[in-house]
Design a protein around this ligand. Structure first.
Ligand code: AMP
Ligand code: GLY
Length: 426
């Protein structure tokens, strides 16, 4: 099979690396890709947000048998629907199902309607009403822009003043553009002094009937150590989640995973692809923080290296709605990904800085924001590389990863030093 993966980041490089191991896969393509994907796939220079251009490419390239649509934005505008309409097989939800991520208001409504545990919330499209509600509820309080905002549209506000300012930024100043036309205002699930590390990412394969959780992972979302700074797309991950147990998995499967699949079916929006559950452990059990309609970035970088089963077999089983027929197996041990970023991320940063990569030992370097310029590897984004290491436990994996990070450099490079030790970090 010839397979094309859509996207430019570390997650896409990680998906390609997993597909490369499949004996079924002949040739890989990536649209548009980065310097890392170019090493194992043919990069295709087509704008994947231009649906007509992608369709034209697909019709002109009948040798490509299967499309994997990974980023949230093309899913939200219906790229899977478009490819399927011309007979192409895809991994990824259609536009209707992708709403579970593309609209936080829709996701919250779904959870409230079907009794799926989540924080209390209310949705507003009017600034005045939203402000009244924020003042009535008081701080701490969480503000969420309804639409897609590169993982940055959530403000956890510790004081009423922060909340009032945040509300203005989102709804009046449009800090996240049209994503802030509507806002979800949510109860803060853990108060101010929450213990970092009570969150877990549960990525699942689902064909709309069966849902199978992957090995768990944890993300470090804040930009700086001490869990300071803005939320980012993710500064590093580790797998598995240390507090995860078989009992917890059963609780989550019964109260969250299966009810979500059923709720989407009841709404006439069956979901096929990777459904990602961002969960928080609270004193009232596990609750949903967010849904994503896709693989997480950088969760995928630590989850897929642990997969023993052929990823292409799983993708095809999802497409053909026979996921219940296959057994999905995971390695023992642990995996850590340290993200190396451009100074200034997630706000503003410069691109085009030459990257030097020395001895990186047994790690795998997953490329995110990289490009080749005049024959040289240069930075081309906020998150530049992910350094991925496996070990018998998280300690061993993180040691290997940080040893490799020491041998990588570019101007203004920064990274968090505590990836994998989240539970001891305050
Ligand atoms: P999201 O983009 O929805 O995952 O939110 C980003 C981060 O904000 C989450 O990973 C949490 O750490 C935090 N967050 C979101 N919602 C809440 C909430 N209701 N209570 C506390 N923290 C939250
Ligand atoms: N790492 C969080 C996300 O992919 O949204």
């Amino acid at each position: 099979m010839n397979v094309l993966v859509i996207g430019n980041g570390g997650r896409e490089h990680a998906v390609l690396l997993a597909l490369k191991k499949s004996p079924k896969v002949d040739k890989l393509y990536c649209m548009k890709g980065n310097a890392g994907t170019a090493e194992i796939a043919e990069n295709v220079n087509v704008d994947y947000m231009d649906i007509e251009a992608v369709k034209k490419f697909a019709l002109e390239n009948p040798q490509i048998d299967y499309y994997v649509v990974t980023p949230d934005d093309p899913l939200a505008i219906g790229l899977v629907d478009a490819l399927e309409s011309i007979g192409k097989r895809c991994f990824g939800p259609n536009k209707a199902a992708a709403q579970i991520e593309a609209s936080k208001a829709f996701a919250k409504e779904l959870m409230h309607k079907y009794g799926i545990p989540t924080a209390k919330s209310k949705t507003f499209d009017n600034y005045g009403d939203a402000l009244d509600y924020v003042r009535a509820e008081g701080a701490p309080i969480v503000l969420k822009a309804d639409g897609l905002a590169l993982g940055k549209g959530v403000l956890v506000c510790e004081t009423l003043k922060d909340a009032e300012e945040g509300l203005k930024e989102i709804m009046l100043d449009k800090a996240f553009g049209a994503a802030g036309n509507k806002i979800v205002i949510e109860e803060c699930m853990c108060g101010l002094k929450y213990t970092p590390g009570e969150e877990v990412s549960v990525l699942c394969f689902t064909d709309g009937k069966t849902i199978v959780p992957m090995i768990t992972s944890c993300d470090h979302k804040r930009a700086f150590d001490g869990d300071k700074g803005l939320n980012t797309g993710g500064m590093g991950t580790f797998s598995p989640c240390p507090f995860w147990t078989k009992e917890l998995e059963k609780e989550v499967y019964d109260t969250i995973l299966l009810p979500t699949v059923n709720a989407l079916n009841s709404e006439g929006k069956p979901f096929k692809g990777c459904l990602y559950f961002g969960l928080m452990r609270t004193d009232k059990g596990m609750k949903v923080v967010e849904y994503n309609s896709r693989f997480g970035d950088p969760e995928t970088q630590v989850v897929l290296p642990m997969l023993k089963t052929d990823l292409m077999d799983i993708f095809e089983a999802v497409t053909e709605e026979r996921l219940s027929d296959i057994k999905i197996e995971w390695e023992n041990g642990a995996c850590v990904c340290v993200v190396v970023a451009s100074g200034g991320y997630p706000v503003s940063y410069t691109k085009g800085k030459p990257i030097t990569i020395g001895d990186t030992g047994e790690t795998v370097i997953v490329h995110a924001g990289t490009a080749i310029k005049d024959g040289k590897l240069v930075t081309n984004g906020g998150r530049v590389l992910g350094v991925v290491a496996k070990g018998k436990d998280i300690e061993e994996a993180r040691e290997k990863a940080y040893k490799a990070v020491d041998n990588i450099s570019f101007e203004n490079m920064f990274y968090r030093k505590v990836i994998g030790i989240k539970y001891r970090e305050v």
